[in-house]
Design a protein around this ligand. Structure first.
Ligand SMILES: [Fe+2]
Ligand SMILES: [Fe+2]
Length: 300
């Protein structure tokens, strides 16, 4: 594992961590206090923008009533939140492994521990939101779930921070739109706002750590393959097909319609655009994984 700075523009690890620790001390949230869990959903409001939904623009979408479309938005937000918890639980363990091998008196390790505390609160917040919605915690399918079990125990430096950046950036892009859309449910907007603020620090930490790595040509291909697998499983898990049954759509028919939906594909390409550029800059996009990124629908 190479952890020394390799690029003149990369800021020193300690300086980055000190800045992030100072920012955390200034602005952090307690979702149990800072979200109004007592307020019921506002009737007639979507939980995420309609154009973000996996079936938006399809024939199946045209056949849904307005109430069913709102219901679909609720289940899709819950599905994304459950995948968020799955990945945060993976990330907390990867960050603990990162801290375990390093000096705890450094700001770098102290920020890793601070980030774990943030993710812990986020997972409780997402779980509470799913309960508040009264829908199941769908989560990824069994294969993705069990691949996560292996990945969190064995990930390398590039896989830990490449995978982290990917999931954090696509959630960030999605939640920024939710938080800024005044027509949506106030509670999902507040949950998104809290997450966006705290995640911006995590993204800085992961991005700078990722760009510090130096990979030889063979190792780079190996890491690209794994990053491609993370992108594929994280993206294809976002919408659990079981949720389509909540609006009277057969899950397999819904899954096929979403997979063929150019709108949904364009949404995924847009959400992933920024992070794919950073992964590319870190040498983690190439021939070895481009096909996986395309299959995940995040590369045009
Ligand atoms: Fe988080
Ligand atoms: Fe995070």
């Amino acid at each position: 594992m190479t952890t020394q700075p390799t690029e003149p523009r990369v800021r020193d690890r300690e300086q980055t961590a000190e800045r992030l620790l100072a920012s955390s001390a200034k602005l952090s949230f307690d979702p149990l206090q800072d979200v109004d869990w007592q307020s019921p959903p506002v009737p007639g409001r979507y939980y995420s923008p309609a154009h973000h939904l996996s079936l938006y623009g399809t024939d199946l979408w045209e056949r849904l009533t307005e109430e069913q479309r709102i219901e679909l938005s609720k289940h899709e937000v819950a599905s994304i939140a459950a995948v968020g918890i799955w990945f945060e639980e993976i990330l907390m363990q990867m960050l603990l492994r990162h801290a375990f091998d390093r000096d705890p008196t450094t700001a770098h390790v102290q920020y890793a521990l601070t980030e774990i505390a943030d993710e812990c609160r986020h997972s409780v917040m997402f779980a509470r939101m799913i309960s508040w919605m009264g829908v199941p915690a769908y989560g990824p399918d069994r294969l993705a779930h069990n691949l996560g079990r292996i990945f969190k125990a064995t990930s390398t430096h590039s896989q830990t921070f490449g995978g982290t950046m990917y999931v954090e950036e696509i959630l960030d892009a999605f939640q920024r739109e939710v938080m800024n859309d005044e027509s949506l449910q106030p509670l999902t907007r507040q949950v998104s706002r809290i997450h966006v603020i705290e995640e911006s620090r995590h993204i800085s930490y992961a991005r700078e750590e990722l760009l510090r790595g130096r990979l030889g040509p063979v190792r780079r291909r190996w890491e690209q393959l794994f990053v491609g697998l993370i992108v594929y499983f994280a993206t294809t898990s976002l919408i659990n097909p079981r949720l389509y049954a909540a609006v009277g759509i057969d899950p397999q028919a819904g899954r096929r319609a979403a997979a063929a939906n150019p709108h949904w594909r364009a949404t995924k390409v847009r959400l992933a655009g920024k992070v794919i550029t950073v992964l590319d800059r870190a040498g983690l996009v190439g021939r070895t994984n481009r096909w996986l990124l395309r299959r995940a629908g995040v590369l045009a």
